[in-house]
Design a protein around this ligand. Structure first.
Ligand SMILES: Nc1ncnc2c1ncn2[C@@H]1O[C@H](COP(=O)(O)OP(=O)(O)OP(=O)(O)O)[C@@H](O)[C@H]1O
Ligand SMILES: Nc1nc2c(c(=O)[nH]1)N=C(CO)CN2
Length: 187
């Protein structure tokens, strides 16, 4: 009997064969349109439904003043999630974009209200800089609406090349970031 060759997966990111490593990633969710809490809850649940993703920790929900959006924009709800994943970074990005689409995201002009925004903040120590993906997220280190929820669930958190979340947060205005004690994201 002829044996078939041993199947293996070529990991496009590491270009090594065999098992893909488990990486811990930080994923940020934001919404400032419609049922903001329902959309973030749905987005986190959908991410957890991905076979190669395990949600490890979920922050509280924060109400946040909009930053970098047109005057008069509505406030956001934001939350941050820690996951373990064996997905490649680009497949994880595709998953994030599909979740945005599933919750009604329309890509219009920058700063337009968003039903659901899903950003990859870090994926382990992976660095990316291409047309689709920049890692670490290039603006995360200056965003209170990312750093405050991230610190809550990961006091040792670090943005490679930028520093520890606990240190970065002291250089950021966090006055517009308020925990919503009445809301939570559950699996
Ligand atoms: N780390 C990343 N996480 C998510 N999307 C990214 C990342 N790096 C690059 N992108 C690209 O950004 C595009 C979407 O940008 P989007 O319209 O969501 O930006 P934004 O949410 O308005 O702004 P910001 O990126 O500052 O949060 C995606 O199509 C994706 O290819
Ligand atoms: N408070 C807040 N402001 C933002 C947010 C966000 O999630 N929260 N997302 C943006 C673009 O992704 C731009 N500005």
């Amino acid at each position: 009997m002829t044996e078939s060759p041993t199947p293996y997966v070529l990991d496009a990111d590491t270009m090594t064969g065999g098992m893909r490593p488990i990486r811990q990633a930080v994923v940020a969710f934001g919404s400032n349109m419609g049922d903001r809490h329902g959309r973030i809850q749905g987005g986190v649940s959908t991410l957890e439904d991905t076979p190669e993703v395990t949600v490890v920790a979920i922050s509280s929900v924060y109400e946040t003043e909009p930053i970098g959006t047109p005057d008069g924009s509505d406030k956001f709800l934001n939350a941050v999630v820690l996951i373990d994943t064996t997905l490649t970074v680009h497949t994880l990005l595709d998953r994030a974009l599909a979740i945005e689409d599933a919750f009604g995201r329309e890509r219009s002009e920058p700063g337009a209200p968003r039903t659901l925004d899903v950003d990859l903040i870090i994926v382990g120590d992976r660095v990316a800089d291409d047309d689709q993906l920049i890692l670490p997220h290039p603006r995360a280190h200056e965003r209170g609406f990312v750093l405050v929820p991230w610190l809550e669930i990961d006091p040792e958190g670090e943005i490679p090349g930028k520093g520890f979340v606990a240190d970065l947060i002291s250089g950021v205005d966090t006055t517009g970031v308020t925990k919503r004690e009445d809301l939570e994201i559950i699996l």
